[in-house]
Design a protein around this ligand. Sequence first.
Ligand code: NAG
Length: 151
Amino acid sequence: MFAKTLALFAGAALVAAESHTISFNNRCGKGEPVVFQNFQQLNSGGGSYTFNGPAPAVIAYLQDGSCGASGENCSLMELTLINGGVSSADVSLIPPHTYSTPVGFAYNNGCDGQGKTCASADCAEAFHVTDDYGAQVQCTANDVNLQITFC
Ligand SMILES: *[C@@H]1O[C@H](CO)[C@@H](O)[C@H](O)[C@H]1NC(C)=O
């Protein structure tokens, strides 16, 4: 009886263990990939970061020394990764953000390889004005991860 209860509990914990990892491939040879949420940097040393739960309203960019803390003056990644809903990611060049480096993203562990790359200041793959909704790539798989590539 006790063992059965324990097994059920473990099963429930497994289902509830939502996880999303943001990882980077920085091919620029300079700069540090950073992940921010609520004005707080989450990763360190340009490394990946794993959310043990939903990851709403996250931003990421390549800090090359000229970006503001919220990615001002730089190419910005905006993303929300959640289970039981719609995850979405996009590149934003809406002021105060501006094109600073090629940036691309792709989902993995669900919606594998789906994403976009913005490789120029006038790229069609990024937000330039607030209604460029075509820039968003959405995914409804659980526990999706996102890899972001610079250059
Ligand atoms: C962005 O660039 C402009 C022009 O160089 C500069 O005046 C401004 O301080 C920069 N913003 C941030 C947040 O670094």
